[in-house]
Design a protein around this ligand. Structure first.
Ligand code: PGA
Length: 247
């Protein structure tokens, strides 16, 4: 089990390739009369991927009627109608442009009164849907996947986490003021992610080269949570040349 690394010509080519993998999964499931269960990510990185999925829907007739989605994470304290929330991000960049069935998209609830119960219910909903067929990931400069900041164990499940200051600074551009970035979030755990049947991680730009090098080169450990992906049986990293770390 080793991470497969593909260096694409640029981030657009990487995004088109991952979108084609998702299209093929959706069509395979359609032919079987089954649901395709997608794990989705937010951030700058997946934007060209989502644009390509919208294009496939609009111009190639790719239907999402048999698709169910589960997002990785949500900020604590933000309702889904807040423009900085990940629910809002997903509606704007992907969901509202597709023919998804009502109720088929899931994003963790950042304002649940009983967060432990809501996290357990999220895990149960993924199980009830048949498990994640394919998880899309970005990676943070701290080595986080989802919002699994260091240290995160391989056994961690959906839970409330404290955000690293590096992550809060990196995400400040999405907020009016840096101090508005929440200190907490709800995230799928590393264990939740590791149970996805297939993982496609995207990383673009020179700012990600250092963490990609660590993720591939270091033995799996909790202080760089993305290293756990080395233990996944079907994980591919899609890089652009700037994020590539090969000599
Ligand atoms: P980015 O975030 O896509 O905005 O770089 C990635 C991540 O934090 O997982």
């Amino acid at each position: 089990m080793a991470i497969r690394v593909v260096v694409h010509a640029d981030k657009q080519a990487a995004s088109v390739a991952v979108a084609a993998t998702i299209r093929d999964l959706i069509r395979r499931r359609q032919a079987e009369g089954r649901t395709a269960v997608l794990g989705l990510a937010t951030g700058s990185t997946p934007l060209p991927l989502y644009a390509e999925l919208v294009r496939l829907h609009r111009t190639e007739g790719l239907s999402f009627r048999n698709v169910v989605t589960f997002n990785l994470d949500e900020y604590e304290g933000l309702t889904g109608d807040r423009p900085e929330s990940y629910r809002h991000f997903m509606e704007e960049h992907l969901f509202r442009h597709l023919d998804l069935r009502p109720g088929s998209t899931h994003v963790p609830d950042g304002v649940a009164a009983d967060q432990a119960r809501a996290c357990a219910a999220y895990e149960e909903a993924i199980r009830a849907a048949g498990g994640l067929d394919l998880q899309v990931l970005g990676i943070g400069r701290t080595g986080h996947i989802g919002f699994n900041e260091p240290p995160s164990s391989a056994a961690s499940r959906t839970r409330r986490v404290h955000l690293d200051d590096v992550t809060r600074r990196d995400n400040a551009m999405f907020f009016a003021r840096a101090e508005d970035v929440p200190h907490g979030a709800i995230t799928m755990g590393v264990g939740t992610i590791m149970e996805a049947r297939q993982v496609e991680l995207l990383a673009f730009g020179a700012a990600k080269a250092g963490i990609i090098r660590r993720t591939i080169g270091e033995s799996p450990h909790a202080d760089c949570p993305a290293t756990w992906l080395q233990l996944h049986p079907a994980c591919t990293f899609h890089l652009d040349p700037a994020a590539d770390t090969q000599p």
